[in-house]
Design a protein around this ligand. Structure first.
Ligand code: ATP
Ligand code: MG
Length: 364
């Protein structure tokens, strides 16, 4: 059988990134050979320690290898120095720019049978290149008598960026449906694909208004019509419903700022940062990245939860067109969490990273 070679860059970064990224590599290597996938890995550097050693938080070689030789990558975490350090800036932000990774995709899923929490299984698809994050801010001096200083920021929304993020949300909704169909019956809380467009066009009729109409137009394309239900919601009312009735959401598409806020809020609903994956996605490239940071408080103890990284690995595979392999990883992770015998301390258990990884690998 012809096999497909995938070249994956591994960027552990700092702190627990170095303890969880190896788990991503191991699960890829443990995928059944019947899937016809082969992997080659490139060990790459980025982060604060790299900055201290080399003077660059994101060495050119890392970018060159990702661009020239890789199909995808896994990124661990980088520690953010408590005070601004001259010359240091976040390597993941730089990578998103350099590789035009225009979407940040964050699935949030609760553990089934966790009676303390509402059932949640949603994906937040956040536009990652514009909105208030164009960082065009200005401060103006004005005499005290006229109200004193004031500041302004540009909120930029384009039809192109809005339309491509909505298209991605629609594709994700369809793909989730496919993965559901190949998963054990009853393992999903959703029956059909739904995309919810969020905005505040009642106040920002031009910018958010454009986001809304561009999303609507993109999601009425023939590939989605009839297959994906589309609704929209004002962002404040979405926050309310997210906390009351999170099970109602399947895929949410949002402009940059609302997406940022919603995805952290949603992550808080499932219990631990150690469970939540993400992907930074562009044309033909995806970087899987656990949502947590470098967690200096537990670094070196061998107890970091590897689930966020394993799920990020599956998410990367989804964007490389390998849904079946992704579904296998999701199912192994879910089964281990549901059984609940081996849990790391962030989930109230006593297991080590290694024990959890071994348990999940066995279930593949
Ligand atoms: P950074 O500046 O790198 O973001 P941080 O101090 O903000 O570091 P986070 O990584 O954001 O730390 O984590 C916040 C809290 O969640 C910490 O108490 C951390 O121990 C916990 N945590 C984060 N990730 C995990 C994980 N994978 N497993 C267990 N606990 C985690
Ligand atoms: Mg943090």
């Amino acid at each position: 059988m012809a096999s497909r070679l995938l070249r994956i860059g591994l960027i552990p970064g700092d702190g627990i990134g170095r303890e969880v990224i190896p788990a991503g590599r191991r699960i890829l290597e443990a995928l059944p050979s019947s899937l016809g996938l082969r992997f080659e890995f490139a060990d790459l550097h980025a982060g604060f320690e790299t900055f201290e050693k080399t003077g660059a938080a994101l060495p050119d070689r890392t970018v060159d290898v990702l661009r020239g030789e890789c199909d995808g990558a896994l990124f661990g975490a980088v520690s953010s120095p408590s005070k601004a350090v001259r010359g240091y800036s976040s390597p993941i932000v730089a990578l998103r720019k350099k590789l035009d990774l225009y979407a940040n995709v964050r699935p949030v899923k609760s553990v089934r049978g966790d009676a303390a929490r509402k059932p949640i299984d949603m994906v937040i698809v956040r536009e990652n290149t514009e909105d208030l994050y164009v960082k065009e801010e200005k401060t103006f001096d004005r005499p005290e008598s006229e109200g004193g200083k004031y500041a302004e920021a540009i909120k930029r929304i384009s039809e192109r960026a809005s339309s491509r993020i909505a298209t991605m949300a629609g594709e994700i909704a369809l793909r989730r449906q496919k993965i559901r169909e190949s998963s054990p019956p009853g393992s999903s809380i959703h029956e059909r694909p739904l995309v919810t467009i969020t905005h505040k066009s009642n106040v920002l009729s031009q910018t958010d208004g454009l986001f809304r109409t561009a999303c609507r137009a993109a999601l009425s394309a023939p590939e989605f019509a009839g297959a994906v239900a589309v609704e929209e919601q004002i962002v404040d009312s979405m926050v309310y419903k997210l906390f009351r009735q999170p099970e109602a959401y399947d895929v949410i598409v949002a402009p940059n700022l609302y997406g940022d806020i919603l995805s952290d809020g949603a992550a808080a609903l499932v219990g631990s940062l150690g469970l939540v994956p993400s992907a930074n996605v562009g044309e033909g490239f995806a970087i899987g990245e656990p949502c947590h940071g470098s967690a200096p408080d537990i670094e070196g103890k061998g107890i970091a939860n590897p689930v966020a990284t394993l799920r990020s690995t599956a998410l990367m595979l989804e964007f490389l067109g390998e849904e079946e392999a992704a579904a296998k990883i999701y199912a192994a992770v879910d089964a281990s969490l549901e059984e609940g015998r081996l849990l790391t301390p962030d989930l109230g258990g006593r297991a080590t990273t290694e024990e959890v990884v071994v348990d999940i690998l066995k279930r593949l």
